[in-house]
Design a protein around this ligand. Structure first.
Ligand code: ADP
Length: 342
């Protein structure tokens, strides 16, 4: 062993070993005792640390990568049209939260997709009836089976009015969905507006033998878009007229409650079965499909009323008892939260 190496070992061990022991350091180095024992232990320790580090890294990597790989797979399956693709969520860490967010997004997409499909099928169904009737009339006229007189033209006109109304209603709901159903609130007297609606429906009520009245304490100030509010209240009164037999009574009440104003329409009509009430504001939902279609209802009136009132920051509620009558109430904030400049 070269002298410089021996000297190096001596200097290195001097602070740690007793002076007499340094006399034997040459033998220990030459016998390979120091280098072999220390080197082996050191190598062993380094090896162990490395192995543990690699093991932990691989395990942690797998734990992190597996859910991300599952997420990627689920997203690809969704893209390929598998709308019910979901991931398993374990734990509460960030990756688990990402998985939960993906699942709830997928559920909401699936719901929207189902609604869209139902809507398209409902629209097709609603358009088919008046269009089939129109075609029947026109084919009969072409074959010379019916005379083209004023009554015939009036029938054609009735059917085309139905189609037009359905398309107008759909357009209004599409605007509401797009957040573009603009309201222009202004200060107005809710009692005066209710009286206008009652007057507009007065002739129909009289013809149907139904009493129509307005009950209101005094002028009730509210901020609302007069045209939109007239339309919403008008829909409720038109429905009440549809479903109230001759001899019945419809009452429009205006009430002021703290920060809210309530406009209610109560009828003594046929009422709505309890099981239908939760769905009555849905598009195309009808408690009695055959009957309301016969009377020209599109099943969109209440959905439109609700979107008009929600655009004002208000809501609509219903209470009904079968064979006794129904009560629909519009609740509006007295001061509109919607900017008049919207
Ligand atoms: P429609 O055009 O069919 O009247 P709406 O959305 O206005 O559609 O109403 C949905 C359904 O709610 C109606 O088909 C009817 O079954 C029920 N309905 C609404 N208003 C009344 C009422 N005042 N009395 C009884 N049933 C009602």
């Amino acid at each position: 062993m070269p002298e410089c190496l021996r000297e190096g070992y001596r200097t290195a061990y001097q602070p740690y070993v007793a002076a007499p022991a340094l006399l034997y350091i040459d033998d220990a180095v030459e016998g390979g005792l120091i280098a072999t024992a220390g080197g082996g232990r050191m190598l062993g320790a380094v090896g162990l640390v490395l192995a543990v580090a690699i093991g932990v890294t691989v395990l942690a990597g797998r734990r992190l990568v597996r859910p991300i790989r599952d997420l990627t797979g689920a997203a690809q399956r969704m893209e390929a049209g598998e709308r019910d693709a979901r991931v398993e969520v374990n734990g509460r860490d960030d990756v688990a939260r990402l998985g939960a967010a993906f699942n709830s997004m997928a559920t909401s997409l699936e719901h929207t997709e189902a609604q869209r499909r139902a809507m398209v099928s409902d629209i097709a169904h609603e358009l088919r009836t008046p269009l089939t009737t129109l075609r029947g009339y026109l084919e009969a006229a072409q074959d010379g089976v019916v005379a083209i007189d004023a009554a015939f033209i009036a029938s054609l006109l009735d059917e085309s009015v139905l189609v037009q109304r359905l398309v107008d209603d759909l357009q209004q709901l599409a605007l509401a969905d797009a957040g573009q159903l603009h309201v222009h609130p202004e200060p107005l007297d809710a009692v005066e507006l209710a009286t206008q609606v009652a007057t507009a429906h007065g002739a129909r009520a009289a013809a149907a033998g139904v009493a129509l009245s307005v009950e209101a304490p005094s002028p009730v100030a509210v901020e609302a878009d007069p045209a939109r509010l007239r339309q919403a209240l008008g829909n409720l009164v038109a429905n009440a007229l549809h479903y109230t037999p001759a001899g019945g009574h419809i009452c429009i009440r205006v009430d002021s409650r703290n920060t809210m104003v309530a406009l209610s329409v109560t009828d003594t009509g046929e009422g709505i079965p309890a099981e239908h009430l939760p769905r009555i504001f849905e598009r195309f939902y009808r408690a009695d499909p055959s009957r309301s279609r016969d009377t020209g209802g599109s099943g969109l009136g209440l959905a439109i009323t609700r979107s008009l009132i929600e655009a004002h920051g208000g809501h609509v509620a219903v209470q009904s008892t079968l064979a006794e009558g129904s009560n629909f109430t519009i609740h509006l904030p007295r001061v509109s939260p919607v900017s008049p400049h919207r």
